[in-house]
Design a protein around this ligand. Structure first.
Ligand code: FAD
Length: 511
């Protein structure tokens, strides 16, 4: 064991942080590096005036209460990563589609949800019950597939509908269970959290998200997502790991199909395993010698489409959420409930923001801002290349134009005034995210899920897709679990455990 490290983790986003914390905790000599001066990637915080804004997290799935924990809380507890969690159990989301006369809150109480939906779309209570059963099964199946002792041969027996859900779109499954069209459109709007429409997204991925939020609520750390990142960073350091910021990886060293180190600041650091939280596109194009990049890796990354990218507006308000008129935490304001139409409108241009999600964080964490104030977080999405052509000198003005349109849209749909009470504002476009995260097109969502590239398919191909170079693993949104906090944490944890097991077998770690 003459190497400098057991593992070098490149990138301290969720996947990298969780991998590094787990590796260090389990006895692997770990170095974690990030090109930025703070950890977290998307999971961070922004200070403006007397406010601390949340930059990315609307809601974290799979946390659960202390007495009914799901896998995210369990992983943090196991590592000793201290987080004060707040959980929202009241509603899934409140949907506003003025053009279709929809103003509907999806209750987190299953019985109430069925009754409310029946009133809104007669004939939907029975299919909704069926959807809730399937959603519960999907959430449990997803957690099972992420476990160390996952046995694909037992999947059908334990979760008889999992493969069928994975092989069909949301729309196909909702049609099959007889959900009326209007009700389908109301219950399928989480699709924008996942980045693929109801006619392309597999139902397993969607249903597990729906079921997860219903069973375990929506988790938020008390002190913004930066609290999560700092808690994991502390686990790395407390267990003898090193964390270096302002440290971009210059090269992943690969020879004869095996990764053996990372070049940092012109110096080669040798290790047994490299874990990359950097997108495969970037790693294969810029960090690895061309002759060492497997042909299959190039084909796969080229075949995959990038998921959506986001535009955000963060507002520190000099009025409380209640004074402004917010009833719900997550408000989805859409031009239409047709997801294909929305994606078309938001593709390869930056004119339209056909969907805005507005969250009032004080509805979950009342004291997250000073007394008498509140924090609003607006998110819109774009697909494709609409922001590629923008000139640097146009960027600020364009950001302001889009932000104003989004704020006005919220004011109109929610019948409230926002503009006059803004004390602090920050805006991030896909260009901002691209610069900050280093992800292609600025997407924080990895690759778009669809029928040929869904979760089960990715699990089956995981060894082939993500382990094309020995000793090199990828973690983060651009891997098999896709985007989001819970999948990226789970992927980082699983990857670390596999490395630990392999190192134990070689006798390189004792505990
Ligand atoms: C506005 C917004 C809202 C979101 N809402 C939610 C939500 O409500 N719920 C949810 O579950 N998910 C949400 N997400 C998605 C979630 O934040 C991401 O999927 C997740 O954080 C991605 O984590 P990651 O592991 O891929 O790392 P990333 O966050 O992509 O971080 C990658 C890290 O790698 C570093 N890096 C890059 N290149 C190099 C290099 N060469 N050398 C060293 N370091 C490098 C970067 O600096 C960065 O720190 C949201 C995202 C955004 C942006």
């Amino acid at each position: 064991m003459n190497n400098d490290y057991g593992a070098i983790v490149i990138g301290a986003g969720n996947g990298g942080l969780m991998a590094a914390a787990t590796l260090a905790k389990k006895g692997v000599r770990t170095l974690l590096i990030d090109k930025h001066n703070i950890p977290g990637g998307s999971a961070s915080s922004i200070h403006r005036g007397r406010f601390e804004f949340e930059p990315s997290l609307h809601e974290l799935a799979a946390v659960g209460e202390a007495e009914n924990p799901s896998y995210v809380r369990q992983m943090f507890d196991e590592l000793g990563a201290d987080v004060e969690w707040c959980i929202e159990h009241k509603e899934l989301y409140h949907l506003y589609v003025p053009e279709e006369g929809i103003d509907f809150a999806l209750s987190s109480d299953p019985k109430k949800l069925c009754m409310d939906l029946e009133k809104e779309a007669p004939g939907s209570a029975g299919p909704m019950m069926k959807m809730l059963q399937l959603a519960g099964e999907a959430a449990r199946a997803f957690a099972y597939m992420g476990m160390k002792d996952y046995d694909p041969n037992k999947l059908d027996e334990l979760f008889p509908h999992a493969k069928t859900l994975a092989g069909h779109t949301i729309k196909e499954v909702l049609d099959e269970i007889g959900m009326p069209e209007r009700a389908q459109r109301i219950v399928s709007q989480y699709w924008c959290y996942l980045g693929a429409t109801t006619t392309e997204m597999d139902a397993l991925t969607y249903f597990r998200m729906f079921g997860g939020y219903l069973m375990f609520g929506a988790g938020m750390p008390k002190l913004r997502s930066h609290e999560l990142s700092l808690a994991l960073e502390k686990v790395v350091r407390d267990n003898g790991g090193e964390v270096w910021y302002n440290t971009p990886a210059e090269k992943i060293l690969v020879k004869d199909g095996k990764a053996y180190g990372v070049r940092i600041g012109g110096k080669d650091y040798l290790c047994d395993n490299v874990v990359s939280n950097v997108y495969p596109d970037y790693a294969y194009s810029y960090l690895i010698d061309k002759e060492e990049v497997p042909e299959r890796a190039v084909k796969l990354t080229n075949a995959r489409e990038l998921a959506l990218n986001l535009f955000t507006v963060y507002l520190g308000m000099n009025k409380t959420g209640e004074e402004l008129g917010f009833k719900s935490y997550s408000n989805f304001i859409l031009n239409s409930t047709d997801s294909d139409f929305l994606v078309k409108q938001a593709s390869d241009n930056r004119e339209n923001v056909p969907a805005v999600i507005i969250n009032c964080l004080n509805n979950v964490i009342p004291d997250c801002t000073p007394e008498g104030t509140s924090f609003l977080f607006l998110t819109g999405f774009f697909f494709g290349n609409g922001w590629d052509s923008i000139k640097p000198e146009e960027h600020q003005k364009e950001k302001e134009r889009v932000a104003e349109a989004m704020i006005r849209r919220c004011e109109e749909a929610l019948h409230m005034e926002i503009m006059p009470y803004i004390e602090e504002i920050e805006i991030a476009s896909p260009v901002t995210f691209a610069r900050f995260l280093g992800s292609p097109q600025g997407t924080p969502y990895g690759y778009r899920m669809n029928k040929w590239d869904n979760y089960i398919q990715r699990i089956v191909d995981k060894r082939l897709d993500e382990k094309m170079i020995k000793g090199l693993d990828f973690v983060g949104a651009a891997t098999h679990g896709g985007d989001g906090y819970s999948p990226t944490y789970l992927g980082g944890y699983e990857t670390a455990i596999e490395i630990v097991e392999a190192q134990k077998e070689k006798g390189e770690i004792q505990r």
